[in-house]
Structure formats: structure tokens, C-alpha cells
Design a protein around this ligand. Structure first.
Ligand code: MG
Length: 263
């Protein structure tokens, strides 16, 4: 199995980057691995930590309509250039944590996606240079309030709710070009989304290059590469599982979120 890079919080409240071993013990690193973190002599026993999202990005840059069949199901052509939007880092939630269904929406969709983790500052990179800036790969769910996306015209609210970016559970360094990505709902054996990552319109290195001509990407930043065909709604109580061959799976449960009492 590929080396699995994680970020954890111990039962005592310390946050560490580390390597997840087959025994479920964590070998703690002294810094994020993309900043040359080295193994320490600290090991965490199973049960003494919880997994966090595997990085803590300054920003999440996402790409819309990057699979031909998904653009078609949205009734739109494939964009001539990548269509960029952002999700706030506060939208991130870890594997096995809850997605909070906001009361402002009546239609919340899952969007299983391959996520890229940037390893080094990246500005005005060519695609060839950009390939070297992609440190690793993880799984994301670009949860979207579809009704608010259509209503607002721009996507910040629809994409930006707390918990609308499940990410993880870990990062791997390598991914085969044609890795299968699938999304499952609850116990249904058939996926609701199934595609190969090389069916993307714009490749990971092209996306990183393109984004780097707009904004500087920093170590630990995350790029969401778009979702395949088959997006659909979740209901409160649903479990959503996104699987990518060679990485693993990311599962989250949908719960109701109530608005805070007004002061
Ligand atoms: Mg998306």
C-alpha cells in the first residue's frame, strides 16, 4: 500500500502531521511533509488521536465542469478555459465527520472529486513545472447548495458553507493516470458517479499552471479538479462515500444544521 500522509489531533489536543501505519499507529513528523518534515521518535497509538483533514490550506481553488459528461448534464458546454471558483478553508471537514445541511437550502448535492495538494510555491508555472509542484493526491467532496448556486449566479454562498468540503482521509504521493473515481450513497452497491480521472478536460498539471498565472499557490493549498457526471441530492441522514482507486475512500454523514439564535 502507498504511504499515507495524515494530519491528526491527539486526545491531549496537539496537532501533528504523520505517517499512518498499517497497525493504525501514527509516526509523527516534525513539520508538514511537503516542508521536509522528518520522522520524530513520537508514535501515537490507535485510539489516541483522531484524523483531521490531511492539510490546512491557505485556499481551496476549485474547477467547474471539468468532465464532458458532467458539463452536459448541467446543460452547458465544456468551458474553453478552466472555470475557477474558491471555497473557504473553513468549509473543510475531515473523513467521518458530518456535513451540515444548511436551512437556507432545499437542494444540497454531493460532488466527488480528486484533490491535488500543492507542495511548493507556484507562480506563473508551465504545465511541466506545475507537475513538480503537485505534492500529492487526496479525495474531496465539493458539496454544493445547488438551488443557491442557481439563484445567486455566483457561487460563494452555494459552495462555502461550513463542512461543504470534506477532504481526506490521507494524502498519497502517486496516482495512476486512469484511477477510477466513484461516489456511493448509503448502502447502494451501484455508484452514483463513476469515471476515470484521465477523462478530465483539463489535466491536473494544466490546472495548476493555469491557476498559478492568476494567484500564487502555496504549500498545502488544495485544488479540486471537478466532478464527473452523476451529481445528485443528499438528504439528512445520508452517508456519502467518495472512492478513488489508489487512495481510499472518504465518507461523511449529512446532518441538519440549525441557524444560531439571533442575538
Ligand atoms: Mg465541483
Amino acid at each position: 500500500m502507498a504511504q499515507r500522509y495524515v494530519r491528526v489531533k491527539t486526545n491531549q489536543g496537539q496537532t501533528y502531521y504523520g505517517l499512518l501505519q498499517l497497525t493504525s499507529r501514527i509516526q509523527v513528523l516534525d513539520a508538514p511533509p511537503w516542508l521536509q518534515g522528518q520522522p520524530t521518535d513520537i508514535e501515537l497509538e490507535a485510539g489516541s488521536y483522531q484524523l483531521l483533514a490531511p492539510c490546512s490550506p491557505s485556499k481551496i481553488v476549485a474547477v467547474g465542469k471539468n468532465y464532458v459528461d458532467h458539463a452536459a448534464e448541467m446543460g452547458t458546454p465544456v468551458p474553453k478555459e478552466p472555470l475557477l471558483f474558491m471555497k473557504p478553508p473553513t468549509a473543510i471537514t475531515a473523513a467521518n465527520r458530518e456535513i451540515h445541511y444548511p436551512p437556507q437550502s432545499q437542494r444540497v448535492d454531493y460532488e466527488g472529486e480528486l484533490a491535488l495538494v500543492i507542495g511548493a510555491p507556484c507562480v506563473d508555472c508551465t504545465p511541466a513545472e506545475a507537475q513538480g509542484k503537485i505534492w500529492g493526491y487526496t479525495i474531496a467532496n465539493d458539496v454544493t447548495a445547488r438551488d443557491l448556486q442557481k439563484q445567486d449566479g455566483q457561487w460563494t454562498r452555494a459552495k462555502g458553507f461550513n463542512s461543504f468540503c470534506p477532504l481526506g482521509p490521507w494524502i498519497v504521493r502517486e496516482l495512476s493516470a486512469g484511477a477510477r473515481i466513484q461516489t456511493f450513497l448509503n448502502d447502494a452497491p451501484q455508484p452514483v458517479q463513476s469515471a476515470l480521472t484521465n477523462q478530465m478536460v483539463f489535466s491536473p498539471e494544466f490546472l495548476v499552471s493555469y491557476i498559478s498565472q492568476v494567484m500564487t499557490l502555496l504549500p498545502g493549498d488544495v485544488i479540486l479538479t471537478g466532478t464527473p457526471e452523476g451529481v445528485g441530492p443528499v438528504q439528512i441522514g445520508d452517508r456519502v462515500r467518495v472512492e478513488i482507486e489508489g487512495i481510499g475512500h472518504l465518507e461523511n454523514t449529512v446532518v441538519a444544521r440549525s441557524l444560531p439564535e439571533s442575538p
